[in-house]
Ligand binder design. Sequence first.
Ligand SMILES: [Zn+2]
Length: 180
Amino acid sequence: MANDQKSTTNNRTRIGYGWDSHEFKRGIPLKIGGVTLPHPKGLGGHSDGDVLLHALTDALLGAVAAPDIGSLFSPSDPQWKGADSAVFLREALKRVRAAGYAVTNVDSTLILVAPKIGPHAAAIRAHVAELLGIPLDCVGLKAKTPEGMRTDNAAIAHIVVLLEKVRTKGGRPQSRKPKK
Ligand SMILES: [Zn+2]
C-alpha cells in the first residue's frame, strides 16, 4: 500500500488491544497487574504469569504495530522464566515513546472465578497507573466471573489502550498551532 508508511507515523491517536490467559497452578504466587494477591494458586506459564501486564504489553505493542510479546520475549527462552512482567511492559513503553506517543488511558477486564478482585482493585489500578506514568483515573479495571465458559481454572485479561501523539517520530515536539 502506497500510503502505509505515512499512515503509521502521522496519526494523532492510536488504539491498542491486548488479550491473555493463564492457568492457575498450586504453590506459586499470584501476580496481577504487578500486585501479589493472597491466594493458594498462582498463574503458571511465561515469566511470573501476570496475565494483566501481558495483555497490557501486547496492547501497547499493538498500538504502534510492534511485534507482540511472544515474539519479543519468547516463552521458550529460559531467561524469562519467573521474570517480572514489568520488564516486558517497560520495553513496550519504550517503543511507544520511540514512536512519539504517550499513553492517555487504559481500560481492562479480568475474567476469573477467584480470588475476588474487588478488594484489590484499587491497589492493582494504582500499580498499573504508576508503571504507565498516568493518573489513577486513567486506569479502568473490571472483574467478571466466567459464566458458562468452563474456564474456572484460568485467568483471562482483555485490555484496550489509547495513545496520543506527543511528538513527531524524529523527536521534534508536535506543533500545537491551530489549523488554518
Ligand atoms: Zn501471558
